[in-house]
Write a protein that binds this ligand. Structure first.
Ligand SMILES: Nc1ncnc2c1ncn2[C@@H]1O[C@H](COP(=O)(O)OP(=O)(O)OP(=O)(O)O)[C@@H](O)[C@H]1O
Length: 231
C-alpha cells in the first residue's frame, strides 16, 4: 500500500501540494488528473523521493520513501526521458537493466516479448541511440524499462502523451494485462480522460495541489470529470 500523510510541498510562499491523507491499496490502478500545474508530477516525484516534501511523508509498504531503500526493489517508474540513458541504444539499455535486476537473458526476452506490439519493430535491433528516438518511442522504452524487475508499484507520468492511436490502445491492453497477471499497482497521471477512465479503478482529481475529488464509481467517472473540465 502507498500512504500519504500530511503532505505539503512549498516553493517559497507557494504551496503547490497539500494532501492531508491518501491511501492507495495494492493492485489498484490509480489515475491522477488535473490541469497544468495542479501538482501531479510533484506528487509522483515526492512519492519516488525525487523531491523532498516540505512536511509530511509517503510510505510504500510502510517504508518512508525518504528514509529507506526497501521500496526501491518493488517500484518501477517512468516520469520523463531524464530517467533514461540517452547514450545507449534501447538494446544496450535493457541489457544494462537486466544485469541490475539480476534477470536471466530468457527473463529479458520474455519481458520484451510483451512489448512486441507496442514497439512495432521500431525499438529492438535498430542500433539507434535513445537520444535519437522519437518522443513516442522514448516513452515506449521508458515504460518497458519501468516494468522490468517485476515491480509491484509502477508510476507512469503521462504515458499516453506522444503515442500514436494504435500505440495508445496497445499500451492500455498492456497495462490491463499486467494488472491482471501480476497484480501491479499502477499510478498513472494523464490528461487523457478517456484512457484514464477506461483503465483506472479510481481517479483522483487535483486542483492547485489539493484533492478535490476521489472517484471510485466507474460509471460516473467520465461524466464527473467532463463536468469539471468543461467548467
Ligand atoms: N522547482 C520548482 N520551483 C518552483 N515551483 C515549482 C517547481 N517545480 C514545480 N513547481 C510548481 O509546482 C506546481 C505544480 O507543478 P507540477 O509540475 O507538479 O504540475 P502538473 O500537475 O504535473 O502539471 P502539468 O499537467 O503541466 O504537467 C506548478 O505551479 C509549478 O510551477
Amino acid at each position: 500500500m502507498i500512504q500519504v500523510k500530511d503532505l505539503k510541498k512549498q516553493y517559497k510562499e507557494a504551496v503547490v501540494l497539500d494532501v492531508p491523507s491518501l491511501e492507495i491499496p495494492k493492485s489498484e490502478c490509480f489515475g491522477l488528473v488535473g490541469n497544468n500545474g495542479a501538482g501531479k508530477t510533484t506528487l509522483f516525484r515526492i512519492m519516488l523521493d525525487l523531491v523532498r516534501a516540505t512536511t509530511g511523508n509517503v510510505t510504500i509498504d510502510e517504508e518512508d520513501v525518504s528514509k529507506s531503500e526497501a521500496w526501491k526493489s518493488v517500484t518501477g517508474a517512468f516520469l520523463d526521458e531524464h530517467m533514461l540513458l540517452a547514450y545507449l541504444t534501447p538494446d544496450e539499455y535493457f541489457e544494462t537493466l537486466r544485469k541490475i535486476y539480476g534477470m536471466s537473458e530468457a527473463d529479458l526476452q520474455n519481458h520484451l516479448a510483451k512489448f512486441t506490439d507496442l514497439f512495432n519493430e521500431e525499438i529492438i535491433g535498430k542500433k539507434k541511440y535513445i537520444r535519437d528516438l522519437s518522443k513516442g518511442n522514448l516513452k515506449k522504452v521508458g515504460i518497458a524499462a519501468a516494468l522490468m524487475g517485476s515491480p509491484q508499484y509502477v508510476f507512469l507520468d503521462e504515458p499516453f502523451e506522444n503515442l500514436d492511436p494504435s500505440s495508445q490502445i496497445r499500451l492500455k491492453k498492456l497495462v490491463l494485462q499486467e494488472k491482471e497477471n501480476s497484480q501491479v499497482t499502477f499510478m498513472i497521471s494523464s490528461h487523457d480522460l478517456n484512457h484514464v477512465t477506461e483503465i483506472c479503478d479510481r481517479i483522483v482529481l487535483l486542483e492547485k495541489g489539493k484533492i478535490i475529488n476521489d472517484l471510485r464509481e466507474k460509471s460516473a467517472m467520465m461524466s464527473e470529470l467532463e463536468a469539471y473540465f468543461t467548467g
